[in-house]
Design a protein around this ligand. Structure first.
Ligand SMILES: Cc1cc2nc3c(=O)[nH]c(=O)nc-3n(C[C@H](O)[C@H](O)[C@H](O)COP(=O)(O)O)c2cc1C
Length: 224
């Protein structure tokens, strides 16, 4: 007897990986007012990696400023705060909100052009993400985790074998912008590269051809 065949699905990409925004889950971020007054030199001097965070939530204004610093639009034609080889912008920016006021816990996609978030799913997966980051406890504690992932499709067409290399350089630029902005806001922050990208990809339900490159954590550091 021939094996029973299941009906072909409409798309080869599993539903969970298509990342459809949740209905009614759009959050317009407050405009960035450039309110912090620390000189750049002070931010450079004061920036230190923070691995302990208090549970105090971040505000939407703080999240807005951090995202803008990392990948926000700052110039005509969609040019961003972060430089990009050929202005291709291969990074995708996801926000894993654990404790951010008025943004329920879950995963969001940041749209730099609209300066807005689109909710992708709800829930708190920080504990599982910490396990995927080789047990680094700060991942479970941080009220905010920004995940920089790469979409290599267009940049590979333009830059061929250099595509991955320049994308990784760009993630470093975006990460440093984020860390310096966190310092300017009086927040603790750290960039993490020690994690299993395949586990993180599947845990967050990212498209399979996107590679998580960098986890950027921010929150309040305990006072001594
Ligand atoms: C690309 C990159 C990846 C990193 N990954 C981790 C990490 O997974 N875990 C961690 O505790 N620190 C990580 N760090 C932070 C470094 O350990 C830290 O920058 C270094 O110890 C210097 O300390 P400072 O940042 O306070 O100046 C990373 C830093 C960079 C630049």
């Amino acid at each position: 007897m021939p094996a029973k065949r299941t009906a072909p699905t409409a798309s080869p990409v599993p539903a969970a990986r298509r990342l459809r925004p949740l209905e009614g889950g759009r959050i317009a971020l407050p405009p960035c007012d450039g309110a912090s007054s620390l000189p750049l030199e002070t931010c450079l001097r004061q920036r230190r990696s923070t691995r302990d965070f208090t549970p105090q939530p971040l505000t939407l204004a703080q999240l807005s400023q951090l995202l803008w610093a990392a990948q926000g639009v700052s110039g005509l034609g969609g040019l961003r705060t972060c430089p990009s080889a050929g202005a291709i912008y291969p990074l995708r920016t996801y926000v894993l909100a654990g404790a951010v006021r008025t943004a329920p816990a879950g995963l969001y996609h940041y749209d730099p052009d609209q300066h807005a978030l689109a909710a992708l799913w709800r829930g708190d997966k920080r504990k599982a993400l910490a396990a995927a980051a080789l047990g680094q406890e700060c991942v479970e504690q941080a009220p905010l985790i920004v995940v920089l992932a790469s979409d290599y499709r267009r940049i590979t067409k333009e830059l061929g074998v250099r595509a991955r290399y320049v994308t990784h350089l760009e993630a470093g630029h975006a990460g440093q912008n984020f860390l310096l902005q966190a310092t300017a806001l009086g927040l603790g922050a750290i960039g993490l590269g020690r994690f299993d990208p395949d586990i993180v990809n599947s845990l967050l339900g990212l498209p399979e051809d996107e590679e998580p490159l960098y986890l950027l954590l921010a929150g309040y550091a305990p006072t001594a």
